[in-house]
Design a protein around this ligand. Structure first.
Ligand code: F6P
Length: 328
């Protein structure tokens, strides 16, 4: 049953990701295209509570498709976790006669959206925006493609100095508790070892594999470590353990950190964001709510928010085999 949607608000929430601006732009432009009024909410759910809500026209989102970060800013809001906070947010939306909300963020943001929708029967649609690519219901989340290309570029630079000094580098990458960034950027950058939380092969296996690499004539190596990996307590402790047990290696550590969250979005992320933003608005018009827009086999799909939140984004086991074969 089509909804009588006339006014749509959009916000970004959780860790920012390249492509969020392209998605905001698509939500605003699709709203204008369908003669809806659109509003931008600044600072995520906290902005909803503090009434940081402004009307957006098609021109309000000029020149942002190529910009990393989010012009709407993002924030984590403890107040929105309280019924009082959500009530304030709802009151602000009603005061502007806004009748639907698009939330661009990760599973934490979708949890808030789902609770809000159920408390106020307020139409919400999620767009998966996180570099971690750890959300069920979509093959790609916004920012992931840009992040893995950033990481590959940086590891290529690290490889130059590692090979110049015959060093073993441990490179820690983001992903919170998922190994997608580590696995794909590790393969792309030709890492000898890739350590991810989904597959803990243990310290001894790591030592054996590095010994084999050295015996086969490799004078330098790169080990990509997902920040959620549990092989060691942390990447520095892991590096120290390896240096102690493989004295012929000079070991160094690079923690890439928040640079992985920045940068101009890749074309892939811009196109994905544009498709998702339009699909979110048109799904609202089609009477859909409490769902997340995703891409599966290059088709836009809707997944109920509770499944998107609870579901697992599994590692592609074939890529583990690719890693093993290529590091011979
Ligand atoms: O979820 C995206 C992410 O970048 C994770 O990869 C990382 O662990 C986390 O956010 C860092 O959060 P913050 O920006 O709050 O330090």
């Amino acid at each position: 049953m089509p909804n009588e949607i006339k006014k749509v608000a959009v916000l970004t929430s959780g860790g920012d990701a390249p492509g969020m601006n392209a998605a905001v732009r698509a939500v605003v432009r699709a709203s204008c295209y369908h003669q809806l009024e659109c509003f931008g909410v600044f600072q995520g759910y906290q902005g909803l509570i503090e009434n940081k809500i402004e009307p957006f026209s098609a021109r309000s989102v000029n020149n942002i498709v190529n910009k990393g970060g989010t012009i709407l800013k993002s924030a984590r809001s403890l107040e929105f976790r309280t019924p009082e906070g959500r009530k304030k947010a709802h009151k602000n939306l009603l005061a502007l006669s806004i009748d639907a909300l698009v939330v661009i963020g990760g599973d934490g943001s979708f949890t808030g959206a789902m609770i809000f929708q159920s408390e106020f029967d307020f139409p919400v649609i999620g767009i998966p925006g996180t570099i971690d690519n750890d959300i069920y219901g979509t093959q790609y989340t916004l920012g992931y493609d840009t992040a893995i290309n950033t990481v590959v570029e940086v590891i290529d630079k690290i490889r130059d100095t590692a090979s110049s000094h015959n060093r073993l580098f441990f490179v820690e990458v983001m992903g919170r508790d998922a190994g997608h960034i580590a696995l794909n950027s590790g393969i792309g950058a030709g890492a000898e070892e890739i350590l991810i939380p989904e597959e803990n092969r243990g310290l001894e296996q790591l030592l054996e594999s590095l010994k084999r690499s050295e015996k086969s004539g490799k004078s330098s190596s790169i080990v990509v470590v997902a920040e959620g990996d549990k092989t060691g307590d942390n990447v520095f402790e892991l590096a120290a353990y390896v240096e102690k047990n493989l004295p012929y290696y000079e070991v160094r550590v690079s923690v890439l950190g928040h640079m992985q969250r920045g940068g101009s979005p890749s074309c892939f992320d811009r196109v994905l964001a544009s498709r998702m933003g339009i699909h979110a608005v048109e799904s609202l018009l089609d009477g859909k709510s409490n769902v997340m827009v995703g891409v599966i086999n290059d088709k836009m799909q809707l997944t109920p928010l509770d499944q998107a939140i609870k579901g697992e984004s599994a590692i592609n086991k074939e890529l583990l085999r690719v890693t093993d074969i290529l590091s011979i």
